[in-house]
Design a protein around this ligand. Structure first.
Ligand code: ATP
Ligand code: ZN
Length: 397
């Protein structure tokens, strides 16, 4: 028997619509897991371990996997997927995987899992999309903002982030302000063979700060405990976002450190919903102009195991999230390159953002993943400028 693989049936059937979601969570089950697959119909789980482990330990890992399965799949109801736009079958000229070519051209440099530098082609492509997103923001007279990359733990606590997305948090700390600690660090700090920095945890200050997981939260905290102007607030910002995706970090599709452009609406319910819808229609024209192959469909956020079923059902029932899913021809799949989100009065209530009538403000945002949109574009159009939409060919000159 091969002691470094585990194959077993799930304790409850995993409906096919949850296979991807459950599989992505298996990356967080045990540090000894190297990869985890669930068969497409959800009836078989196979786990590869980094090294052989004893039988009792194998059972312990299996038990943890089953906990995830039961928590996410038991009693799950298939959400009705609502499709608002479907241009997935637009024909596009390229079918290859852009990653090898990007590597070979030196266009990307992998610093670590999920951490990449981008070269001129990707940067110019992102700038091109950024101009379209800024036009979108201008069409709403959005005010520009710049937000920090760090976010206080206290803020995320206040909006329930720790319970909803604990697995993807990234923490920021610094050495204690103590000369002995700083001297000892400066003398001895070095990385081991696993790239781990050899610092005793007690040398670090207590954690008060994290790396920000989203852009729009900063605006809501800016508006906390305030009365909104009658016309509401529309803002736009681009920022670094951090989501630790464990074994799922691969290529430009899933990064630890990525950038998001958001257009954010704060005001009355109708104001937010109407603007979210207008933004979708305006982006539809941009995507049509370049012949992008994509679909806009209802979706849910990647809540952690215990929270997933309840929160995902809530999001579906109230149509809170729609994703722009671009086609990736090389894997016959799709990738979310952006989302149209409505949070109801969640932030308004938790942060005391008031409408002129004293009720809690509603919020919504349109968010684009910049690395992903450039990656999906290259996956559909390749590297030959002659095959690109005319309006984009200048990028390659
Ligand atoms: P909400 O305000 O509802 O929390 P959000 O503003 O956080 O939503 P998401 O839908 O979570 O927005 O993310 C927006 C986009 O950011 C995604 O569609 C995707 O393109 C990009 N994105 C998210 N996670 C990653 C990642 N790990 N790597 C690269 N891009 C990502
Ligand atoms: Zn947002």
């Amino acid at each position: 028997m091969n002691l470094s693989t585990l194959n077993f049936a799930p304790a409850v059937p995993i409906p096919d619509h949850l296979v991807g979601e459950v599989q992505s969570k298996l990356a967080y089950v045990d540090e000894r897991i190297a990869s985890a697959q669930i068969s497409p119909a959800g009836e078989q789980i196979s786990i590869d371990l980094k090294q052989p482990v004893a039988e009792s330990e194998r059972s312990a890992i299996e038990e943890k996997v089953q906990r995830v399965v039961v928590s996410m799949a038991k009693g799950a109801i298939r959400p009705k997927v609502q499709v608002l736009e479907d241009y997935l079958d637009r024909s596009t000229p390229f079918v290859g995987d852009p990653m090898p070519e990007l590597m070979q051209r030196g266009e990307i440099h992998r610093e670590a899992d999920g951490i990449y530098t981008l070269g001129p082609l990707l940067t110019r492509l992102i700038d091109w999309f950024e101009r379209r997103f800024l036009d979108l923001a201008d069409s709403f007279s959005a005010k520009p903002y710049r937000f920090p990359t760090l976010i206080p733990a206290r803020y995320l606590e206040r909006v329930g982030y720790f319970r909803a997305f604990p697995h993807s948090l990234s923490f920021a700390t610094h050495l204690r302000s103590d000369l002995d600690q700083i001297d000892a660090f400066a003398e001895g700090a070095a990385c081991d063979n696993h790239d781990n920095l050899n610092v005793p945890p007690e040398r670090f200050a207590p954690i008060q700060t994290l790396l920000s997981p989203a852009v729009c939260y900063h605006l809501y905290f800016t508006l906390a405990d305030q009365l909104l102007p009658p016309q509401g607030v529309v803002a736009t910002a681009v920022g670094n976002c951090f989501r630790y995706e464990s074994l799922n970090l691969n290529s430009l599709e899933r990064l630890w450190n990525f950038t998001m452009r958001e257009v954010i609406f704060v005001g009355a319910k109708e104001f937010v919903l109407e603007n979210r819808e207008l933004a979708r229609q305006r982006m539809q024209r941009v995507f049509e102009e370049i012949g992008f192959a994509y679909r806009v469909e209802s979706a849910n956020d990647p809540f952690f195991i215990g929270e997933f079923r309840k929160q995902a059902a809530f999001q579906s029932a109230f149509q809170l999230k729609y994703e722009i899913r671009a086609r990736l021809p090389f894997k016959d799949g799709t990738l979310a390159v952006g989302s149209y989100n409505y949070h109801q009065d969640f932030f308004g209530r938790h942060l005391n953002i008031q409408l002129p009538d004293g009720s809690a403000a509603h919020t919504g945002c349109v968010a684009f993943g910049l690395e992903r949109i450039a990656f999906a574009f290259l996956a559909q159009f390749g590297f030959d400028a002659n095959q690109w939409p005319l309006s984009m060919q200048e990028i390659l000159q």
